[in-house]
Design a protein around this ligand. Sequence first.
Ligand code: PEP
Length: 260
Amino acid sequence: AKYSQPIVGGNWKCNPASHSTLPTLVSNFEGVADYLSDCDVYVCPSNLHVSLVKDSFVPGISVAPQNCNFGGCGAYTGEMAVDQIKDLGLDTVLIGHSERRGEFGLPTPKESNELMATKLKYILDQGLKCVFCIGEPLPVREKGIEAVVEECTKQLEDIVPILKELEDKSRVVIAYEPVWAIGTGVTASPSQAQETHSALRSWIATAVDAKTAEGIRIQYGGSANAGNAKELSEMDDIDGFLVGGASLKPEIVDIVKALM
Ligand code: PEP
């Protein structure tokens, strides 16, 4: 990271099985307290656990739900409205994770790029911040960097007008998460990740504007851990990490430290 305040997120996905484990998971983040003036940190607990942990973290850590509805309250069974998230005092929402976009063939609805744009607009209109996930599956990566950039920018195209209008560019964070690296133990190499982040930033400069390209942060996600975070964090265009598996372990502190 060279230009912006780094940002690290912990995505707990659909874990833990028992809420009795939550205090341990929360305490894993205690050690980041010393770094919060130099690094933004958010945690995405499962929906059921958001309210249980939202006041438990050291002050300065944001609790960010892993998804939200595309609008307000109403007849949307099983959904969570941005209005409800805001009402709980939360300031950030993560959307577009590949596991929600349907990349893993899970029985969740395919979440389209268009739907992501509707969600983002609503989140920002409500005054909240957003982590916006994008990434390519393995067959696209195997075709090379041009195909990767084409796939990832396709996921960004619908939000271009929203980013253009956004005054404070730090309110949107892009999480670049190659699908083949999520939960696999296979991490993008620092040069692979840097090449992609840099290409995405250049695309944003052209499609949106230079101010957005400079101000928006791009996190890397995909099997990031204490062992690979230092090398990845030395790349100019990597502004932090979105961490799945390792955010359930004490090593999350070392991942934050790697960015200092
Ligand atoms: C994620 O869920 O966003 C993620 C990057 O997972 P992992 O770190 O486990 O690959």
